[in-house]
Design a protein around this ligand. Structure first.
Ligand code: SF4
Length: 434
């Protein structure tokens, strides 16, 4: 029996896989440690979407080397996930005293048999970086929020956006059989899960035979009894009128849509290989805005190679025209092996930071402005935790995924309540339970 500690980094897909792996490890007799210093094995589920994510992993391995030197312990680590695909061997060479096993993004559950050997100090020289068939792990309730769950339905991506490393580390798109998804969701519902997020790097290109994403979503809404259903991450090229209609027709499908546009310039969108134009994107936003109570969020990448001031102005125009509730805004970071790595006209870091310094406050102002009209309205919200500010203030999310703070007792955590909105609070709202 090994005492393990899981460190998870990156996207919701990694989080979902870490939750599933945790459930499998405990079911196979291993014990989870809450303090990494007391663990035999630290499982690091890595991310390589940006350089900073990778630097963090190297820092963690140095931390465990320090712990071993300080406490005389023999903590070993399993490096798995996206970074291990292209840097696993280097990490082992740099940290031979810490890195016990290097594993890819496939078959994460198959590390279990290795844990005993690692815990007894045996060094395992193998690397498992190759992939053949992808098996979806059964989704489990989230560790921190056991009334919520991420449910992977698709894995990998075939879009090859020129700045993105995902297709090279997660492989080709694989879609989970619909029957398996329905069974998994039925089990989650029986475990008291009220809120599910369907996951895929390109979730809305899902297909299982004749069943495409809108049909799957409608089936889950009609049959699962789960009151809050959402999905991540959609690609604009696969966002259809039918999907917008399906979201409008089923009250349990949360009126929240994350639709990354990345840039407002057609020239840059083409160089990114995004497969849509700004006009295409705006047309699809038009369909989305017909969904009652919809809240929109997006991803915006500034400083892509060759991006001019005019290109950036085109991005700002989309921000002004759409008015997103929220956005992930970041600067381009060169990823090894991607098509954009070799592009000329890399934008200076100073210019990237100047553009972000203009974009972020403007988007935040828009986000706050969009909250004001909610005052006086009644909405349902899932109470998730106590707020960081006070144990008597609860934090939750409305049906359209906006954060809300309400006074209340901790016994309400994990329940859906009706709230009278009384105003904005930071990038969220505040209200009273009614
Ligand atoms: S759609 Fe593009 S950005 Fe998204 S995971 Fe696929 S390649 Fe990456």
């Amino acid at each position: 029996m090994a005492r393990f500690f899981i460190e998870n980094y990156g996207c919701q897909m990694n989080a979902a896989e870490a939750d599933s792996l945790r459930t499998l490890l405990i079911a196979s007799g291993h014990a989870e440690e809450t303090d990494p210093a007391r663990a035999d094995i630290v499982i690091i589920n890595t991310c390589s979407v940006r350089k900073t994510a990778e630097q963090r992993i190297i820092g963690r391995l140095g931390f465990y080397r320090g712990l071993n030197q300080q406490n005389g312990t023999k903590i070993r680590s399993v490096i798995m996930g996206c970074m291990s695909l292209h840097s696993g061997k280097e990490l082992r060479a740099q940290f031979p005293d810490i890195v016990g096993l290097v594993w890819g993004t496939y078959h994460k559950e198959q590390i279990i048999p290795y844990l005993n050997r690692l815990a007894s100090g045996i060094t395992i020289k193998e690397e498992h970086l190759d992939w053949d068939t992808f098996d979806f792990l059964e989704a489990s309730p989230e560790e921190q929020f056991p009334f919520k769950a991420f449910v992977p339905i698709a894995h990998g991506c075939d879009n090859y956006c020129s700045y993105c490393i995902v297709p090279y580390v997660r492989g080709h798109e694989v879609h989970r059989p619909a029957g398996e998804i329905m069974d998994n969701i039925a089990k989650l519902a029986s475990q008291g899960v009220l809120d599910i997020c369907l996951l895929g790097q390109n979730v809305n290109s899902y297909r299982d035979g004749n069943m495409r994403f809108p049909e799957l979503l409608a089936k889950i809404a009609a049959e699962s009894g789960i009151p809050r259903i959402t999905f991540l991450t959609s690609h604009p090229k696969d966002f259809s009128k039918e999907l917008a209609r399906t979201m409008s027709e089923h009250p349990s499908i949360m009126p929240f849509l994350h639709l990354p546009f990345q840039s407002g310039s057609d020239r840059i969108l083409a160089a990114m290989n995004r497969k849509y134009t700004a006009a295409d994107y705006m047309e699809k936003i038009g369909w989305a805005k017909e969904i009652p109570g919809i809240a929109l969020s997006t991803d915006i990448l500034v400083g892509f190679p060759g991006e001019t001031d005019e290109d950036f102005e085109a991005t700002m125009r989309i921000v002004e025209e759409v008015r997103f509730q929220d956005a992930y805004m970041y600067r381009y970071s060169t990823r090894p092996g991607t098509a954009a790595e070799k592009l000329p006209d890399q934008v200076p870091e100073k210019v990237k930071l100047e553009r972000l310094a203009r974009l972020i406050p403007r988007q935040k102002t828009i986000g706050r402005e969009l909250l004001t009209p909610y005052t006086g309205e009644i909405h349902t919200a899932l109470i998730e935790s106590v707020s960081k500010k006070s144990r008597h203030i609860l934090s939750g999310r409305t049906h359209n995924n906006i954060q809300i703070f309400v006074p209340g007792e901790e016994t309400l955590i994990g329940t859906i309540v009706r709230v009278m909105i009384t105003g904005a609070s930071g990038m969220g709202m505040k209200g009273e339970i009614i």
